[in-house]
Design a protein around this ligand. Structure first.
Ligand code: HDD
Length: 752
């Protein structure tokens, strides 16, 4: 009987791929070479799905309730198929009239594959485009119950969450370590619906009214003519705007402080910025501000580190978060609230609670812990989860409500609106990562990307045809139950209250709360950023805002710019420092910190192994740096080479000093290991690594006669935070003691 032609074609193609037989060719022209590395041909079971790839455990946006069969996963089965599940035997060749003939329009698979590819990208977020996310859990302490009835704050209540961290100004592909505000947005999949806490790592904002958001972002984004600089505020338009619009002074000062260049997403605070209105079960209301406090402490990069890292490892924060979670060093934050009585004035100790350019110092209103967030799982697919997650400040649950902050009002509109173009329509809450874990019965219908097969005929209320369904919940279990807040009789105006015009007292308080090292960093940051501006008027106007914060700050920056320091135009505010604003002066856990262990040819491998094991036992990450990759002996493998290691990756550096740290590449091993002269010349890359680690205030420890190497790197014997120990483990012990404070702060020599 004649062979099935499709099967024959498939067999021929498979044979050709395996190199077992000729495919049809043009006479005289050899067929293309078979691939030398064959793909596995046996079908294998796909990896089991992670929970979020399937449908949520309880009801979904499609109306499915607990107990219903799970929805079919998007990707399943062992064989390659079309998007409609038809199996394919080839995806490497277009359908042609003969091997050298024209491609045929009837190749549906070709068209499906290319069309889908052509539409793979969606618009990036208009702000916060660059980010990284993780799954986790929030556990309530039960301490908030007296002020807030939200179920997620109940004692030991566990709520699944997804958190996305981000920079603000840069594009999706920009570097992580730019000087910028960081986003810290968390989606809580509570039993009462989704609550999004869309926070930043800075507690104040550039503007007091949402209507100014396009202005500040247009000023911060790259110049519209050349589209440079990327992911930076160090350019004329940004400083033009913030020097003219002085309510931005406070946020800008935080950006110029070390908060603008975090060491890690794991080591940032988060702030809900606005004042929110909480309601307890008795219907009583309280005003509150949300704070995230990282268990690892708040830590930053130095500016030079941030700049080097931008080139050496633009994914530094994304990698840090992913690696920490993958290795089991789960980052965690305590959620806390500052609470204020809900008075008609909506002020606390004279501070206007509706002005998002103001903080309430923790010394006046302590942050009270109400629950713990732990991020414990990385996304399975970046696009599906981190890119498609859509936050909205209006995603609220019973017990949490908004206030009349005009900045918040703008946000309440913007977050849904932006998803319409970013995610292509109004059904973005049906995307798996956005689906609530509570039952949905919403009467919203149709629209692009509708996933629900809605039943019934009456998506309207009142109705009798669907039996009156859905029904109203009681006021005690509903969100958006308006607290009867009195709105004073007023005329319609485009104006701000008088209290909003104080733009300098809290910036001054921030400045006065900084330690000398932190002040020095702020001076450097302003001097750098303004030094990148071309317009003289912009620099002069910014110096004027600095003069209104503090004459010392202004004088130092002016000196760096070579300009005269102006006098203040407002009386300097008489404010008390808030020590809670400083990042220094405490010690912190070291979970997931990275220690580079540098060893040269013939170095003390036993010592290296001992410290590597001790670092691992302490819950940190050891990275052995050797002249070349591969096995080193003593059960050690090089994770980095002199070519791939850079100091910015490490929180501290250990050096095995014996016999030297040379390498082939730099002629240090003209003599063989063990012979006189071996390793006598230290590889310049090791010297760079050590000198940078020293300059960036990192603990450095060596053993086995490391002194000449340190000296060659310009590090004086006995310099602060430099340990020359008798043994490898002795060096590690002293280094880890130093690391608790994050840096060896004595190495920085502040002027003020
Ligand atoms: Fe915003 C994204 C935080 C003011 C308009 N914002 C966005 C994200 C964070 C914040 C963390 C990223 C969310 C994610 O990871 O997907 N934004 C803030 C904070 C603000 C703030 C803490 C002040 C207190 N934002 C703000 C204003 C407006 C917006 C005043 C507009 C009037 N924000 C947006 C947006 C974004 C956004 C355009 C872009 C992508 C998105 O929403 O989903 O709607």
């Amino acid at each position: 009987t004649e062979k099935n032609p499709v099967k024959a074609m498939a067999e021929k193609a498979v044979d050709a791929l395996r190199g077992e037989g000729p495919a049809d060719g043009v006479p005289g022209v050899p067929n293309s070479e078979p691939p030398t590395v064959a793909e596995p041909t046996e079908p294998r079971e796909p990896l089991p799905p992670k929970p979020d790839q399937g449908a949520p455990a309880t009801g979904t946006a499609t109306g499915r309730q607990t107990g219903a069969p799970p929805t079919v996963r998007a990707q399943d089965g062992a064989y390659l198929t079309t998007s409609t599940g038809t199996r394919l035997y080839d995806t490497d060749h277009s359908l042609k009239a003969g091997p050298r003939g024209p491609v045929l329009l009837q190749d549906h698979h070709l068209r499906e594959k290319i069309t889908h590819f052509d539409h793979e990208r969606i618009p990036e977020r208009v702000v916060h485009a660059r980010g990284a996310g993780a799954h986790g859990v929030f556990v309530g302490y039960g301490t908030a119950s007296n002020v807030c009835k939200a179920a997620l704050f109940g004692k030991d209540v566990e709520t699944p969450v997804f958190t996305r961290f981000s920079t603000v100004l840069g594009s999706r592909g920009s570097m992580d370590t730019a000087r910028d505000t960081r986003g810290f947005a968390t989606k809580f999949y509570t039993t009462e619906g989704v609550w999004d806490l869309v926070a930043n790592n800075i507690p104040v904002f550039f503007i007091q009214d949402g209507i100014k958001f396009p202005d500040v972002i247009h000023a911060g984004k790259p110049h519209p003519d050349r589209e440079i600089p990327q992911a930076q505020s160090a350019h004329d338009t940004f400083w033009d705007f913030v020097s003219l619009h002085t309510e931005a002074t406070h946020h800008t000062l935080w950006n110029m402080s070390d908060r603008g260049i975090p060491r890690s997403y794991r080591m940032m605070e988060g702030f809900g910025v606005h004042t929110w209105r909480l309601q307890n079960a008795a219907g009583e209301t309280t005003l509150a501000k949300f704070h995230w406090k990282p268990k690892l402490g708040v830590h930053s990069l130095t500016w030079e580190e941030a700049q080097i890292t931008g080139g050496v490892d633009p994914d530094f924060h994304r990698r840090d978060l992913y690696d920490a979670i993958e290795s089991g060093a789960y980052p965690s934050w305590e959620l806390g609230i500052q609470v204020f009585p809900d008075t008609p004035e909506q002020t606390f100790e004279g501070i206007d609670l509706l002005d998002s350019t103001k903080i309430v110092p923790e010394e006046l209103a302590p942050v009270q812990p109400i629950g713990l967030l732990t991020l414990n799982a990385n996304p399975t697919n970046f696009f599906a989860e981190t890119e498609q997650v859509a936050f909205h400040v209006g995603h609220l649950v019973p017990g949490i409500d908004v206030t009349d902050d005009p900045l918040l009002a703008g946000r309440l509109f913007s977050y849904v609106d932006t998803q319409l173009s970013r995610l292509g329509g109004p059904n973005f809450n049906q995307i798996p990562i956005n689906r609530t874990h509570a039952p949905v019965n919403d009467m919203l219908r149709d629209g692009f990307h509708q996933h629900a097969d809605h039943t019934g005929v009456a998506p309207y209320k009142p109705n009798s045809l669907d039996g009156g369904c859905p029904f109203f919940a009681g006021a005690d279990t509903s969100a958006f139950v308006e607290t009867p807040v009195e709105v004073p009789a007023a005329s319609k105006v485009r104006e701000a209250p008088l209290s909003y015009s104080d733009h300098f007292s809290q910036p001054r308080q921030f400045w006065l709360s900084m330690t000398p090292v932190e002040r020095e960093h702020i001076i450097h940051a302003y001097t750098f950023e303004l030094g990148k501006c071309y317009e003289q008027a912009v620099k002069e106007r910014t110096l004027q805002t600095l003069a209104n914060i503090d004459p010392e700050l202004c004088g130092q920056v002016a000196a760096g710019l070579g300009l005269p320091a102006p006098e203040p135009t407002v009386p300097l505010a008489d404010v008390q420092p808030s020590p809670a604003l400083s990042q220094l002066g405490r010690t912190w856990p070291l979970d997931g910190r990275l220690i580079g262990i540098v060893v040269g040819e013939g170095g003390d491998l036993e010592g290296v192994r001992a410290v590597r094991d001790a670092v691992l036992t302490a819950g940190m990450v050891p990275l052995v740096v050797a002249p070349a990759g591969g096995e080193l002996g003593a059960g050690l493998t090089a994770q980095r080479t002199y070519a791939t290691a850079r100091s910015v990756e490490f929180d501290a550096v250990l050096v095995a000093g014996t016999p030297g740290l040379g390498s082939d590449a730099y002629g240090a091993r003209d003599a063989k290991a063990g012979e006189p002269g071996a390793g006598a010349v230290t590889d310049p890359r090791v010297l760079l690594l050590l000198s940078e680690a020293f300059r960036h205030g990192k603990a450095i420890g060596g053993w086995g006669g490391v002194e000449p190497v340190l000296q060659a790197a310009g590090i004086a014997p006995g310099a602060p935070g430099v340990v020359d120990a008798d043994s490898a483990t002795g060096a590690l012990r002293e280094v880890t003691d130093l690391m608790g404070a994050h840096r060896v702060w004595e190495r920085f020599a502040p002027r003020v």
